[in-house]
Design a binder for this molecule. Structure first.
Ligand SMILES: Nc1ncnc2c1ncn2[C@@H]1O[C@H](COP(=O)(O)OP(=O)(O)OP(=O)(O)O)[C@@H](O)[C@H]1O
Ligand SMILES: Cc1ncc(CO)c(N)n1
Length: 277
């Protein structure tokens, strides 16, 4: 390559919370972008004091500061794709939705973080309502987990058929371009089965099920990988399929740290080769 010529690199933006334990949120997103050779930028919405056992404390960043971060990134660097994660409150969600509109941020992946896989509510009811009406309709895809899909569809989800019905209802009632209902919170062999629906095609995404309790940050990793693939110019369906493969492999190399649920191994090939030891 000509040394004078700088390679152009795709850029993705994550608008999400910080996880002090490094397993989910901004930390997982930036590692996922880096793995995909996409330059990662961030707008931090809240700071969690969190580890593998749970969330001890959450502090919100003022909405104006979230907006300033987004504007600083988009107005200078530009982004080819973005994802949202934990947005915490109504004011932040509203401000983010406005910026998405004003700055014309395309290829938006909305991970509607509301409830953790263990069932703990992460944002308040007003915030859920605002997410539903302002940001979700602007997304290229939304990626609710089992509990979030229950809230968004109004259905109780126990079976594959329930997951499919929820995906259809969410697509229809929330006017999303596409929806991926994730199965990490399901029981038995439905763990790891996801449902895609884009109004035309209903697909069941299955990969091998990984026997591990170290699953912290799988949802953040999946949505960040979809955004990274979109930033690289892949179409939405390919972006989702490849992201699903990535998260599954990362799960097989999950890190056994802390007393609770450890994070996935984002740089699994390096771990396998012993690089960095
Ligand atoms: N044990 C497992 N085996 C295989 N795939 C899994 C397993 N657990 C989760 N996944 C996959 O990981 C991805 C994330 O789904 P999940 O339902 O865990 O999201 P989430 O609850 O938002 O995650 P988190 O809150 O921990 O970030 C999905 O593709 C899901 O199928
Ligand atoms: C900061 C943050 N974002 C998202 C999640 C959901 O996994 C979490 N636990 N923490």
């Amino acid at each position: 390559m000509n040394a004078q010529k700088k390679p152009r690199v795709p850029v993705a933006l994550t608008i999400a919370g910080s996880d002090s334990g490094g397993g989910a949120g901004i930390q997982a997103d930036l590692r996922t972008f880096a793995f995909h050779c996409v330059h990662g930028t961030s707008a931090i919405t809240c700071v969690t004091a969190q580890n593998t056992l749970g969330v001890n404390r959450v502090d919100a960043i003022p909405p104006e500061a979230v907006v300033a971060q987004i504007q600083a990134v988009v107005q200078d660097i530009g982004v080819q794709a973005a994802k949202t994660g934990m947005l915490l409150n109504q004011e932040i969600i509203f401000a983010v939705a406005q910026q998405v509109e004003t700055l014309q941020i395309h290829n938006l992946v909305v991970d509607p973080v509301m409830v953790s896989r263990t069932g703990a509510q992460l944002i308040d009811d007003e915030a859920v309502k605002t997410l539903r009406h302002t940001l979700i309709p602007k997304a290229a895809i939304i990626t609710p987990n089992r509990y979030e899909a229950q809230i968004l569809s109004g259905l109780e989800i126990y079976s594959l058929e329930d997951m499919q019905a929820a995906a259809e209802i969410i697509h229809k009632t929330l006017r999303t371009n596409a929806v991926l209902v994730k199965g990490g919170g399901m029981q038995g062999n439905l763990r790891g089965v996801d449902i895609w629906f884009d109004g035309e095609k209903l697909e069941i995404l299955t990969t091998k099920q990984v026997e591990t309790t170290n699953t912290h940050g799988t949802g953040c990793t999946l949505s960040a990988a979809i955004a990274a693939n979109l930033a690289k110019g892949k179409n939405l369906w390919s972006a989702v399929q490849q992201a699903k493969e990535y998260v599954t492999t990362a799960l097989t190399c999950a890190l056994d740290i802390g007393e609770g649920q450890g994070p996935v191994g984002h740089f699994f090939p390096l771990l396998e080769l012993g690089i960095g030891e």
